[in-house]
Each structure stands twice: as C-alpha cells, then as structure tokens.
Design a protein around this ligand. Structure first.
Ligand code: NAD
Ligand code: UDP
Length: 311
C-alpha cells in the first residue's frame, strides 16, 4: 500500500483529502496542530487501521518513520480573517514548513505537493488567470503575508525540484466550498450561509461587483488526486470557471435558504481582488479533469451541512 503524509489534515480541504486517499487504498498519515482546523473533521477516521494522526506544528522539525510515497502540504490559515489574525504563523507555515517537508521528501524520495492558491495572481490584470501569468500582489499589504508566503512556497518547491531533483507538484486552488468549512472563518460562503440561516443581515463587502468562481470540494479533491498521481511539475489551476459577482452569490444563498435576511453593504477590505476566474485548459490537458458539480447542486449539498451546524 502507498503511504501519504497530509499536513493540515484536520482542516476543510485536508480532511477531504484524507478521505479521498483512504477510499483509494492508501495509508494516510495526518498531521495538524488545530490552529484553524477541528478534530470533528477527522474523528470518523480514528480507529481506521490505515489512518495515523500526529498533533504537530509543521513549522517545527518534522519526523515521520517509515516510507512516504507522497507528501501533501496543505497546512496554512486560509481565510482572510484567519491570516490577518495570524500573520506570522501564516508566513512560517508557508516558508519554514515547506523547507522542513522538502527535506523530508528528499530523504524519503516522496513526491511533494503544495497547496498554492489563486492569490498568487493577486488583484489580476489578466482575466481569466492562466498559469503563465505572474500576478499583481502587494507584498506589504494586509494580504501579503498569505500571498507572498504562497509565492515563496512555489519558489522553494521549484528550487528543490531543479537543484535537488525532488519530484514536486503544485496546485493553484481557486475559491472552494463545501461541508466542513468553519462557520465563522469569515469567507463569503460560510458568512452568507450562517447569516441567512440565522435571519441576520448578509454582509456584502464593497458594492458586491467583485467576482469569484466557486468550486465544489469533491471536484477540487479529484483534481488534486489526479495531479498527485501524475509526475507534472508546473503549477496547475484547479477551480470551477463559473464566475459570479459577490452580490449575486449572496442573493443566490438567500434564495436557496428561503431566508428573510437582507443584503447590507460594508467597506471593501484593502487589496480585495476585483475579479477571479481560473483558466483550466492545463488541467483539462494534463489531468483530463473538469469540474462536474455546478453551483446550484454544490450549494444544496453544503446547505445540508450548515443546517446541522447553525443553531
Ligand atoms: P483550513 O484552515 O480549514 O485548514 C488548514 C489546516 O492547517 C487547519 O487544520 C490548521 O489547523 C492546519 N495548520 C495551520 N498551521 C499549521 C501548522 N503550523 N502545523 C500544523 N497544522 C497547521 O483551510 P483550508 O481551506 O482547508 O485550506 C487548506 C490549504 O489549501 C491551505 O494551504 C490553503 O492556503 C489552501 N487553499 C485553500 C483554498 C480554499 O478555497 N479553501 C483556496 C486556495 C488555497
Ligand atoms: N466577502 C463579503 N462578505 C463577507 C465575506 C467576504 O462580501 O462576509 C467578499 C470578499 O470581500 C471577497 C469575496 O467575498 O470579495 C470572497 O471572499 P473570501 O474571503 O471568501 O475569499 P477571497 O477574498 O480569499 O477570494
């Protein structure tokens, strides 16, 4: 059986990846320090003989005994509220952690994968975003702690590939949603859904004309799985190109929940990207991957989860 180390295993994406690899016959070693994750996301895996879990901060030296065929580095605060509250942890987990884990990958001869992000494109001047666009990021703005850590993470990963021959891969993840997102993580979907379910005002930032393209978690995980099993070294965008304004997204959620909430407008956070949409030509060509779940279906599946969480 192949064995995979997943950092950030107790988080939203990490926990779904643990499920995906276990379902496909892998042994999974999960690692997390619960900075933004929750034991609830992986409690169903305790007792599974193919799952091990280590409570560990991956910015510190990482040791795992035995073989590791794959290492997936997914640990990092990921929502703007989280990384604004924890800027130094965010910088460290994007720099010291990949440094530690690339060393581990070198020793174990593992394929090393990083969770990069559409944020490497910043507030993009090219639309939709293709992998060969270098981005427009403010390094010293509030989002810089996340965006630049992720850009460094790509650079160190490519450095270890080029200079040490480590087998590496990088996925640039666009806004993803689904069950196990934290209710209060401040991202648009959990914010709007919990506000709608509680009958509170829906807080749209700015005039809501900024766009995002939301991908359902099962589609994202399938793309990451295919990329992990490939030997492709260049970055690959994984996301759903269905683009929508944030105002329309808020209205869609109000209508889906049948809520009486009304949309109110608050200040737009500094450096909030105005548009975002993945060009997924490369994922189609290299991985034969396209998203299958449209937003109406994905939102329904996510609502079932949030209905049980919002009291
Ligand atoms: P999340 O906050 O739910 O999960 C992150 C996990 O990492 C948490 O369980 C947290 O406790 C853990 N973690 C943080 N610092 C750690 C440390 N030093 N040591 C050990 N564990 C640590 O976030 P998510 O949405 O699941 O994001 C996972 C990854 O995907 C992140 O790297 C994020 O940057 C990336 N990403 C996510 C999205 C998205 O839309 N969800 C988009 C782009 C990129
Ligand atoms: N947003 C909003 N209200 C909220 C939370 C977010 O209008 O309560 C907006 C935010 O300003 C951004 C978009 O929704 O334009 C997506 O935000 P999110 O934090 O989900 O992701 P990111 O900005 O990282 O794409």
């Amino acid at each position: 059986m192949k064995r995979v180390l997943i950092t950030g295993a107790a988080g939203f994406l990490g926990s779904h990846l643990c499920d995906k690899f276990l379902d496909n016959g892998f042994k999974v070693v999960g690692m997390d320090n619960f900075l933004t994750g929750s034991e609830d996301n992986i409690s169903h895996l305790f007792g599974n003989p193919n799952f091990e879990f280590y409570h560990h901060d991956v910015t510190k030296y990482v040791h795992v005994s035995g073989d590791l065929d794959y290492i997936l580095h997914f640990a990092s605060p990921a929502s703007p509220i989280d990384y604004l509250e924890m800027p130094i942890q965010t910088l460290k987990v994007g720099s010291l952690a990949p440094y530690n884990l690339l060393g581990l990958a070198r020793v174990k001869k593992s394929r090393f994968m990083i969770a990069s992000t559409s944020e490497v494109y910043g507030d993009p001047n090219v639309h939709p975003q293709k992998e060969d666009y270098w981005g427009n990021v403010n390094p010293i703005g509030p989002r810089g702690v996340y965006d630049e850590a992720k850009r460094f993470q790509e650079a160190i990963t490519m450095g270890y590939h080029t200079f040490h021959g480590v087998n590496t891969g990088m996925v640039r993840i666009f806004n993803t949603y689904g069950p196990r997102m934290r209710l209060n993580d401040g991202r648009a979907l959990p914010a709007f859904m919990s506000q709608a379910l509680r009958g509170e005002d829906i807080t749209v930032f700015g005039d809501g004309s900024q766009t995002r393209s939301f991908c359902y978690v099962a589609d994202l995980v399938e793309g990451i799985y295919r990329l992990t099993l490939s030997d492709y070294h260049q970055p690959v965008n994984i996301g759903n190109p269905q683009e929508i304004t944030i105002k329309e997204f808020a209205e869609e959620i109000v209508s889906l929940t049948g809520s009486k909430s009304k949309v109110i407008y608050k200040d737009l956070p500094k450096d909030d990207p105005k548009v975002r949409q993945p060009d997924i030509t490369r994922a189609k060509e290299v991985l034969d991957w396209t998203p299958k779940v449209d937003r109406a279906e994905g939102l329904k599946l996510t609502l079932e989860y949030f209905q049980n969480k919002v009291k």
